[in-house]
Ligand binder design. Structure first.
Ligand SMILES: [Zn+2]
Length: 329
């Protein structure tokens, strides 16, 4: 008797080891100390950062090499092993001439090197990084993405100032404080009703995706909507299927620019006809476990069936589902 499938591991960007240490953010003396002994994670204007050879660890710099005290745009990510880690986003001159990864899928097409370092983006290398680096880089991207859109007050329109080591903004006009925003999105693996975990899964592709690329269904949570209602609505809207047995799998931050993906599984009747939403879904199809396993065994890049990248929670959901009847050969 099989049991309902689960995620096989913590989603890659949900890993974290640092102490976020909220109280230190408003303590100037402790912040100054965490700067003098701190390490800096540099981000360029595309959110890329340098990593060491093998792309498993971030290449950080001593913070004091940048300034004697924390500049206003330095964000304290947390403390680990006695070291304060800060993020600082600067303009593209840091990496002039470095080619860009495919911004939609993080598919790397080559990078310039300097001193054994390479600049990568989070989607491309998130799954390769160690736990500490993955957590730091994810938080750095989330926080700097939010700041890049939080420069003006949402109530009165006046410029804002970064406070609390980057964890809030203060409006220079009306004094309103704002904290980093996160937009929840649901993502759902819909399988059929044959046995506990089904034999087929619904995959779909959006017209803007690269050819042959498929994923499970996803959508943003609307105002005043529960996560479970959102799952049922999104699946119905995108492929015209009514699901049951909606259950939670896990979540991971997805700071592109500021989401958290909340993963679910749900059940639909076997061979339920799929009706792709015009303009939103180019194609939707039932795919067998055998085919998913073949695609995973090919590193997610099987001709005709290319899966989401290894940094995504979608990939982890599909892996967990595919493994639910035994190990993938
Ligand atoms: Zn204001």
């Amino acid at each position: 008797m099989s049991t309902p499938f689960q995620l096989p591991a913590l989603p890659t960007l949900s890993r974290s080891t640092v102490d976020r240490n909220e109280t230190v953010r408003t303590d100037p003396a402790r912040l100054a100390k965490l700067w003098t002994t701190g390490r800096l994670i540099l981000l360029d204007d595309k959110g890329r950062t340098p990593v060491g050879a093998g792309a498993t660890t971030l290449a950080t710099r001593p913070a004091v090499r940048m300034a004697d005290e924390p500049p206003e745009d330095a964000r304290l990510l947390g403390e680990y092993d006695g070291v304060g880690y800060w993020a600082l986003q600067r303009k593209a001159e840091l990496t002039e001439g470095v080619p860009s990864p495919d911004s939609a899928w993080g598919l790397w097409t080559g990078a310039a090197s300097e001193d054994g370092e390479e600049w990568h983006d989070l989607r491309t290398i998130g799954a390769l990084l160690d736990d500490t680096s993955a957590g730091l880089y994810t938080t750095a991207v989330a926080l700097t993405s939010w700041h890049s859109r939080a420069g003006f007050c949402g109530r009165c329109g006046a410029p804002t100032r970064s406070v609390n080591a980057g964890w809030a903004t203060h409006c220079t006009g009306c004094g309103r404080e704002e904290y980093p925003r996160t937009d929840p999105a649901v993502i759902c693996l819909v399988h059929d009703d044959q046995g506990v975990n089904g034999e087929n899964v619904v995959l779909a592709r959006q017209p803007i995706w690269p050819p042959e690329r498929y994923s499970v269904l996803a959508g943003f949570v609307e105002a005043g909507e529960s996560l479970e209602s959102c799952v049922a609505r999104e699946v119905a809207e995108e492929v015209g299927v009514e699901v049951s047995g909606i259950r939670y799998l896990g979540s991971q931050p997805w700071p592109f620019p500021r989401s958290i993906m909340v993963g679910f599984a749900a059940v639909a009747p076997r061979d339920a006809p799929l009706h792709p939403a015009a303009g939103e879904i180019e194609e939707a199809r039932w795919v067998s476990r055998t085919d998913i396993r073949a695609a995973l065994a090919a590193g997610g890049e099987l001709e005709g069936l290319r899966l989401p990248g290894p940094t995504s929670i979608a990939r982890m959901m599909l892996t967990g589902w595919a493994e639910s009847t035994g190990p993938i050969p």
